[in-house]
Design a protein around this ligand. Sequence first.
Ligand code: ADP
Length: 275
Amino acid sequence: MNMFEEKKQKQDMIDKAMSGIKHLVAVGSGKGGVGKSTVAVNLAISLAKKGFKVGLADADIHGPSIPTLFNIENEEVMGKEIDGKMFIVPFEKYGIKLMSVGFFVDPSKALMWRGPMASNTLIQILSETLWGELDFLIMDMPPGTGDVQLTLASQFKVSGSVFVCTPQQLAVADVRRAVNMFTDKGINIPVLGLIENMAYFTPKELLDKKYYIFGKDGGKGLAEELGIELLAQIPISEDISQTNDSGNPISMDFSSLEAEAFMELADRINNKLNK
Ligand code: ADP
């Protein structure tokens, strides 16, 4: 087999594996630590609560956090043989199909991975998972713009991307780079919008108040500057942080202010993709 045939065979395999997925949505960010995984997880849960079939793929190869956020770090990955080939059975929790590179590698070792090795492993994991039929597969991307993001964006049919930032993130440059990578002519992935995380604080005893600790219109200004829509402002909240740590995402609690913000985000994304 020559190189061209090999490449085509690989692409066919990816397309076949993802063929039951209606919308692949990439969640990216300019920097790490802004709450990208938190948004990906709660967006996935909110869509599942609306009755959609949802999967969540943890592609954050240098810092996979889905196993922790779902408290399934010690689970064993199961395989299934189909036509003589082994496939990965995704975990299911809260009605969501989950797969993470973190199930296969020690996160401290994944940090050392570079370029093609990281990209190839990730593609393998994503395209060998038995996703079945899904309305949405949410992909938690690595932060920034590197080989892994470029490979994922160019080899998978992504319906849309969203970017997470915080108001403290004064440098626009890295978010812009991430947005530009997706909208580049060769890649052409629609950018659905920006999500400002940790945008304001609402004390539990003053539910009608919003305190913009880090400044009010940072997210709005950044979205305008990038020429994209501001899709959501998520509050900074002790409950988000605690539920993350306990593997019990905040959106499972229907009544909270935080869950409402994520539900609105899910509605917006669904409306944009299923118009
Ligand atoms: P990233 O995926 O961008 O690296 P994470 O989702 O892992 O970011 O979040 C980074 C840290 O910030 C985690 O400890 C998480 O629990 C916390 N965090 C994220 N969003 C919020 C929020 N809205 N309120 C409070 N803590 C948050």
